[in-house]
Ligand binder design. Structure first.
Ligand code: NAP
Length: 439
């Protein structure tokens, strides 16, 4: 530790699932973390709403306060673990303006207000750290920002929401319906009382926005992230995936590509249920775990895997940020700002090329296969495989069958036009499901 260096004053905003663990570990292991930082680490307080609420790890009553604003005064490092947009945003801005480094795990705030917060930090030479905001315990922010800073990231595919991964894994491995798997996730505490943010893909979209911005040196607006959730995934789609050697995962996909329409380089950021081959590294992410697969030009494929939630696990990433911030204070100098020099445009989903797997219920009669193949060729979408997955029994007076068609790469716009034409075709009873295929 540097001689005569004063202790760094650390304020934590929020003493909940993550905040209590961070505070507790700082109190327990502060000396050791101080040795690693080169400065003493002093926890000056933890701001909460209810002083009497039960904590997941013990915090001395003398450190708890409901006055978050006053706690910030004189802090060197502010750790925001309250969640939500306000008052977290205002408090972080206040902390940055006073020159403190800020650590946050708040993906919602970063996805919606990241550029404002990074600009406020840059203005005073402070730094904003956010390793825990994506995939919690898994180191992914620092590898993208530092380790891969000399490379050229082409694509990221991430399982960044543990709740949806748990649900899809239960459906795949135990044959549960979506509703049964959601209930199992709720019973285990993986799903919130209102699971919308997870199952509709909003949480994954916020993380995709953060990853895309970082990997492609571009401020990607959250509004440009395409989002689809998993609520429509059926047991029959799960079966079809298995039969074709795939598994369904909710993926956050961040891709740097040349827009086939404008011929300009841009960024596509999208979240949707996706079929991936069962031997893809991401298929091995079971239960509520997260995994992030990165393809970089020189490094090739890289895989990051581990716990994407949990108080203790998330605290690990936050504490790593505290040590980094403390080291920076010891060395001095301005913080490292966000790199947005590439300023790439977002590529609209309609321009992105995808491979689709379309399950179509058709009237089982001679000439149906040719009629369906004709719809694809009329829309310039080439069929890679076509399987008839068994007769479905009578629908009204007619016998029906399910066709599972996988296409080669085609623009989303052409794929969509094909689906619309199929829906209107006289031999088609209904479209049972559409999934994009990766890997
Ligand atoms: P949490 O359990 O709900 O805790 C929130 C804490 O903030 C509570 O201590 C609460 O006080 C306090 N708080 C909220 N509003 C406040 C206000 N206006 N003034 C003062 N205190 C206030 O949340 P969490 O699960 O720890 O999550 C914290 C952050 O980490 C979120 O941004 C979340 O997205 C992120 N994160 C969480 C996980 C995870 O596994 N939990 C993983 C990755 C990232 P009371 O205790 O008195 O109510």
């Amino acid at each position: 530790m540097r001689e005569n260096y004063r202790d760094l004053r650390i304020a934590i905003l929020g003493g909940g699932t993550v905040g209590a663990q961070v505070a507790h570990r700082l109190l327990e292991a502060g000396d050791e973390l101080g040795q690693r930082s080169g400065a003493g680490l002093e926890l000056i307080g933890v701001a909460v709403r209810d002083l009497k609420a039960e904590r997941s790890a013990p915090i001395p009553a003398a450190l708890l306060t409901t006055d978050a604003q006053s706690l910030l005064v004189g802090a060197d490092i502010v750790v925001e673990l309250m969640g939500g947009i306000e008052p977290a945003r205002s408090l972080i801005l206040q902390a940055l303006q006073s020159g403190a480094d800020v650590i946050t795990a708040n993906k919602a705030l970063l996805a919606e207000h990241g550029p404002e917060l990074f600009a406020a930090a840059a203005k005073v030479g402070a730094q904003l750290y956010y390793e825990a905001a994506v995939a919690a315990a898994i180191p992914i922010i620092r590898p993208l920002r530092d380790s891969l800073a000399g490379d050229h990231v082409r694509k990221i595919m991430g399982i960044v929401n543990g709740t949806t991964n748990y649900i899809l894994d239960e459906m795949d491995t135990k044959g549960l319906s979506f509703d049964q798997a959601l209930k199992a996730a709720s019973d285990l505490g993986y799903a919130e009382a209102d699971p919308t943010a997870d199952i509709e893909g909003y949480d994954a979209a916020q993380k995709a926005c953060i990853l895309s911005s970082l990997a492609f040196h571009t401020a990607v607006p959250l509004a440009d992230v395409y989002r689809e959730g998993i609520t429509d995934i059926s047991a029959s789609q799960m079966d079809a995936a298995k039969r074709s050697g795939h598994v369904i995962k909710l993926l956050a996909i961040c891709e740097r590509l040349v827009d086939p329409i404008t011929h300009q380089e841009g960024v596509s950021t999208r979240v949707h249920p996706t079929l991936i081959p069962r031997d893809h590294p991401l298929a091995a992410a079971h239960g509520a775990n997260n995994a992030v697969y990165v393809e970089a030009e020189a490094a090739g494929p890289l895989m990051f895997y581990g716990a994407g939630a949990g108080g203790l696990q998330t605290a690990s990433a936050v504490l790593g940020d505290i040590v980094s911030a403390a080291r920076r204070h010891v060395v001095g100098g301005p913080g490292v700002g966000e790199s947005t020099h590439a300023g790439l445009p977002s590529v609209p989903l309609a321009h992105v090329e995808s491979r689709l797997q379309i399950s179509v219920i058709v009237i089982d009669q001679p000439g149906v296969l040719a009629a369906i193949a004709g719809v694809f060729s009329e829309h310039d979408v080439s069929v890679e495989t076509l399987h008839q997955s068994g007769a479905m029994g009578p629908a009204g007076s007619e016998q029906t069958a399910t066709l599972v068609i996988q296409t080669h790469l085609a623009s989303e716009a052409r794929g969509q036009a094909t689906i619309e034409a199929l829906e209107k075709h006289p031999v088609v009873v209904s479209i049972a499901g559409v999934l994009r295929v990766e890997g």
